[in-house]
Write a protein that binds this ligand. Structure first.
Ligand SMILES: O=P(O)(O)OC[C@H]1O[C@H](OP(=O)(O)OP(=O)(O)O)[C@H](O)[C@@H]1O
Ligand code: HPA
Ligand SMILES: [Mg+2]
Length: 194
């Protein structure tokens, strides 16, 4: 088997996206350290309970996979896919379920994992939807939040980073379905959008 090419460009491994990247906001190491810190807090808060992690596809997929490994608790996993952005850089406000949970969450301790809270519209809608399914508890753990972009306040128990109101990509976050596979979180050069 050949070794993976992890030769860093000026910004670290860039999966060939280097020319599109403006600046790196959060490095791979910063993300890893923060996930360890948040997972430790979650493990304390949920000690003795079984947690049902609900990952919001597709954005939360990398976060979910790293968070589940960092969390020292027995967990189960479910996924839900919703979309409010399509290929735009601001939310349409109309949330559609593209894939629902595979099972009933009645009586479960549900922890929703989101990559980002931007306007808050997606999570606000999702919490109402899941709250109506009688979970034992329902909390949110989001890696990123843009305090200056929030239009609807959402009760979020665990937050990784508050970031500036800029469109970001990487670590699950896309622009027109690209860049999700970047290991860090970055902004794009304006030329990418034109
Ligand atoms: O707070 P909001 O303004 O609602 O934005 C946040 C949501 O938008 C993105 O999802 P998107 O709808 O782009 O789907 P994706 O996860 O498949 O990229 C992101 O993953 C969040 O779920
Ligand atoms: O800044 C963002 N980047 C990518 N997807 C998003 N969905 C909401 N905000 C963002
Ligand atoms: Mg998206």
């Amino acid at each position: 088997m050949t070794e993976p090419d992890t030769t860093p460009g000026p910004l670290g491994p860039d999966h060939g996206y280097g020319p599109d990247i403006d600046h790196v906001l959060l490095s791979e190491a910063q993300i890893r350290d923060k996930i360890a810190e948040v997972a430790e807090q979650v493990a304390v808060d949920y000690a003795g309970k079984e947690v049902l992690l609900v990952g919001v596809l597709k954005g939360a997929v990398l976060f979910m996979s790293d968070f589940a490994r960092a969390l020292q608790l027995p967990t189960q996993m479910e996924f839900m896919a919703v979309s409010s952005y399509g290929s735009a850089t601001s939310s349409s406000g109309v949330v559609r379920i593209l894939k629902d949970l595979d099972r009933d969450i009645t009586g479960k301790h549900v922890l929703v994992l989101e990559d980002i809270i931007d306007s808050g519209l997606t999570l606000s809608w999702l919490l109402k939807n899941l709250g109506g399914r009688s979970p034992a508890s329902l909390e949110v753990c989001a890696l990123l939040r843009k305090p200056d972009a929030v239009k609807v306040e959402v009760p979020v128990k665990y937050i990784g980073f508050d970031i500036p109101n800029e469109f970001v990509v990487g670590y699950g976050l896309d622009y027109a379905e690209r860049y999700r596979d970047l290991p860090y979180i970055a902004t794009l050069k304006p030329s990418v959008y034109t």
